[in-house]
Design a protein around this ligand. Structure first.
Ligand SMILES: [Zn+2]
Length: 417
């Protein structure tokens, strides 16, 4: 069976035919070249208006990389025609296997992007004898296509989250759709300022913003401010995940501070290796951590008192009625304010200030419990960590949309992977 026969079976192009198939040498390596020719008497398609137009001239032969087989790289070779379009003037023709900018075929880019979702971009590049920049361009193509084609209707619930980026020096704001029937990354913005949020609402548009019922976010001031102004019709919910992670940060601060003091008094062992005992929920502790925690509870330490207060706060989420939850929160804040633990007191003050928004969580019937935003946040962290080589914001953005955007993809008649 000829390679041509296989290609005609899996990747047929209207108005073009496959010609000779031969071995060639590319950068010292043996590769397969497949010639493509226009079908006789077919007209080129203008790349401006996508309509057939009379021919003008033919350019030099170009190579387009296709999916490799049996360890050989595969290239299509084709001499692009220029057309003289009555509407657009002289332009290069459109070809169905590639877009204007890239030297890889669409099929190959989708193939690489498919694997790039499963393993790191570096591993994809190594496995298919290609380079990291080529894998990036492939993923970029698929993401750009998906973003242009995606359907933004039906968004009634969104979650706003932030991640540290660029070795922790900068922030990115991530906005998700969190409807139960559809969870996906919608938008990425640099920083976490008022301007960032305004940019998002401009992107979403007035009409779609008007359809929002629920917005989940952190207590971060710029977010709260812009949401109040731009989406006053939606119920703004401060979600459990963000509150818990703020309290955890405070606990960490208390522990680190106390550990330093104990160390300088010669009691180094007491709080050593205690970080996760104090941050994790009891049921998630390892056996070793459990022993350590039991031991810690014997000491009258600020860290221990802070830990107990944190564990008590978890009782809040069991309430059904917003009114009773409010009473519990008031009581908890009063206890913290008497505790003399400064980092926690600061958080209690913030919670008090945002009480109404916290209670909205109960009004929304807990529809957006810890699971959704937290799960997405973890996935983002893994993606960013895996993408350690991403020096630019562009790369990080493309990777995040690729993994979390739930973007549509062009359909093929044949499955290549
Ligand atoms: Zn045209």
């Amino acid at each position: 069976m000829l390679l041509k026969t296989i290609l005609n079976n899996c990747q047929r192009f209207k108005s073009f035919v496959y010609g000779d198939v031969r071995f060639a040498i590319e950068e010292g390596k043996k590769v397969i070249e497949v010639e493509i020719k226009p079908r006789k008497n077919s007209k080129g398609i203008c790349s401006g208006c996508h309509k057939a137009a009379p021919g003008y001239d033919t350019l030099d032969e170009r190579k387009f990389e296709f999916i490799p087989i049996w360890g050989y790289l595969v290239f299509f070779t084709y001499s692009m025609r220029r057309v003289e379009c009555p509407r657009c003037g002289v332009l290069v023709e459109d070809v169905p296997w590639a877009d204007g900018k890239r030297h890889q075929t669409k099929t190959y880019m989708q193939f690489l992007a498919h694997w790039a979702r499963k393993v790191s971009w570096k591993e994809v590049a190594e496995s298919f004898q290609t380079s990291w920049p080529k894998v990036f361009r492939a993923v970029e193509y698929v993401v750009e296509w998906g973003l242009a084609q995606r359907d933004l209707s039906g968004i009634t619930a969104i979650g706003i989250d932030e991640i540290q980026w660029h070795r922790g020096h900068e922030y990115l704001t991530l906005i998700y759709q969190i409807n139960t029937e559809r969870i996906r990354l919608l938008w990425i913005g640099k920083d976490r300022t008022v301007k960032t949020m305004l940019r998002f609402f401009r992107f979403l548009g007035k009409e779609r913003t008007g359809h929002l019922h629920y917005i989940c976010s952190d207590m971060w001031k710029p977010y709260v401010k812009v949401i109040k102004k731009k989406a006053c019709g939606a119920l703004h919910i401060l979600d459990r995940f963000h509150i818990v992670s703020r309290i955890n940060k405070a606990i960490d601060e208390v522990r680190a501070d106390e550990h330093r003091k104990l160390k300088s008094d010669g009691h180094e062992q007491i709080l050593k290796h205690s970080r996760w005992c104090l941050l994790k929920r009891k049921e998630n502790l390892t056996e070793k951590q459990e022993v350590k925690l039991k031991d810690l509870l014997n000491y009258n330490l600020k860290s221990v008192r802070a830990y107990l207060l944190k564990e008590d706060l978890h009782g809040l989420w069991a309430y059904v009625s917003p009114a009773w939850a409010g009473k519990f929160l008031d009581r908890w804040c009063r206890r913290v304010m008497r505790s003399k633990i400064e980092p926690l007191k600061k958080e209690a003050r913030t919670l008090r200030r945002h009480k109404e928004l916290i209670l909205n969580w109960f009004k929304a019937k807990k529809a957006f419990s810890n699971g959704i935003v937290e799960g997405l946040n973890n996935k983002v962290k893994v993606t960013v960590r895996k993408s350690y080589g991403f020096k630019t914001l562009r790369c990080t953005e493309i990777a995040l949309y690729h993994v979390l955007g739930d973007l549509p993809e062009p359909k093929f008649t044949h499955r290549f992977y």
